[in-house]
Design a protein around this ligand. Structure first.
Ligand code: S3P
Length: 180
């Protein structure tokens, strides 16, 4: 049993962090928070617009502040953006404040799930498949570093992944108060 005050999902775009996060929140009676959504609400602008105006670095600053804001609380089911693990402060905060689940997905499944999505600025540049492969190469070690548990979502529906995760979490995660 691994005690932590929050549950946190990390993983690449298209891993199902938001849809699985919402379902898990319901199952465990947690309040759902999507860090991307918090950034959008705080800035009053879409992620694409934020990238256009302040670049990726500006987005990462806002993402970091939003993550810290959300994880200051307890009893949350937190979905993070695919790049949140790039920052070492974010990684140590997640490990201190949550039980972290890495939702893995292969590039082929990502391409299918993301379809023609236009809401993610990193996918608007060049060859999508190559972009996704490059992002995976850089980020996978960080997902592995922060994770308490990993689930491969290839071939799983959001409902199926949620049921599997709920079972694993029941035996591995214990909700706790105040882990500083
Ligand atoms: C990003 C992933 C997106 C969002 C932004 C950048 C990334 O979130 O934070 O477009 O760097 O991988 P999702 O992983 O929820 O798509």
């Amino acid at each position: 049993m691994n005690p932590a005050p929050n549950l946190i999902l990390v993983g690449p775009m298209g891993a199902g962090k938001t849809s699985i996060g919402r379902r898990l929140a319901e199952r465990f009676g947690l309040e759902f928070a999507d860090v991307d959504q918090v950034v959008v609400e705080r800035c009053g602008a879409t992620i694409n617009t934020i990238f256009e105006h302040v670049g990726e670095a500006g987005f990462r600053e806002r993402e970091k502040a939003a993550l810290a804001h959300v994880l200051a609380e307890e009893g949350k089911m937190v979905s993070t953006g695919g790049g949140a693990v790039l920052d070492c402060d974010n990684r140590s905060l997640m490990q201190r404040r949550g039980f972290v689940v890495y939702l893995r997905v292969g590039v082929e499944a990502q391409l299918k799930r993301l379809g023609r999505d236009r809401s993610r600025p990193l996918l608007r540049r060049g060859d999508r498949e190559q972009v996704l492969r490059d992002l995976t190469a850089v980020r996978e070690p960080f997902y592995m570093e922060v994770a308490d548990l990993m689930l491969d979502t290839d071939g799983l529906s959001p409902g199926g992944a949620t049921s599997t995760l709920a079972q694993l979490l029941a035996s591995q995660w214990q909700r706790s108060e105040r882990a500083a």
